[in-house]
Ligand binder design. Structure first.
Ligand SMILES: [Fe+2]
Length: 159
C-alpha cells in the first residue's frame, strides 16, 4: 500500500482546502512479518463534484445529480508488480447505485463490519479487502488505472 486519501466531513480533499504540501485525511499504515498490511483511518463521506463549467452542464443535461458515493482512493504497489490506482466504496452510501462518474462497480463496494478476527483494530469496524496486482511485464511496473502522466506522454508521442 503506497497511499490512500479521502474527503473530510464536508466532502473536500486536502488538496482542495489548503497548501498542497500539507497532507491530511490519509491513514496510518501498518504491516506484519507475514506481508499483510493494515491501515487505520476515518470512514469517508460522499461528495458532490464541482458543478460549474462544462462538466456541470453535461451532468445536468443528462439528468444526473453530481454526487459520488463515499470512497477511499488507493495507490497500491509492490516490487515486480504493476501499480494499481483504485478506490473502495461504502455500501451504505445513498448514491452507491448512481455514482455520477460511474466508478463504483460491484467488485469495489465494501461495508465496514465489527469483529474481524484478522484486524489489529478488533474494537473498531473494519473492511477486509485483498488487492490483487498484475505482474510487471518486461521489468516495468507501470500503473493500472488512471495515470495522467502516461496519457500526456502517449498523446505527445502520437503527434
Ligand atoms: Fe474521490
Amino acid at each position: 500500500m503506497r497511499s490512500s486519501r479521502q474527503p473530510d466531513e464536508n466532502g473536500f480533499y486536502d488538496l482542495q482546502k489548503q497548501d498542497p504540501s500539507q497532507m491530511e485525511l490519509r491513514g496510518r499504515f501498518f504491516s506484519d512479518d507475514e506481508g499483510r498490511y493494515f491501515f487505520r483511518t476515518i470512514k469517508p463521506r460522499g461528495y458532490k463534484i464541482p458543478m460549474d463549467g462544462p462538466v456541470g452542464d453535461m451532468v445536468r443535461a443528462q439528468g444526473r445529480h453530481g454526487w459520488r458515493p463515499a470512497h477511499i482512493h488507493f495507490l497500491v504497489g509492490a516490487a515486480g508488480y504493476r501499480e494499481a490506482i483504485t478506490a473502495l466504496y461504502m455500501a451504505d452510501d445513498e448514491h452507491i447505485d448512481s455514482d455520477t462518474v460511474f466508478g463504483a462497480n460491484e467488485s469495489l463496494i465494501t461495508e465496514p463490519k465489527q469483529g474481524d478476527p484478522g484486524s489489529p483494530f478488533s474494537a473498531l469496524p473494519s473492511i477486509h479487502f485483498n488487492f490483487r496486482l498484475a505482474e510487471a511485464v518486461g521489468g516495468q511496473s507501470d500503473r493500472v488505472g488512471a495515470d495522467p502522466s502516461q496519457i500526456v506522454k502517449k498523446t505527445a508521442e502520437a503527434h
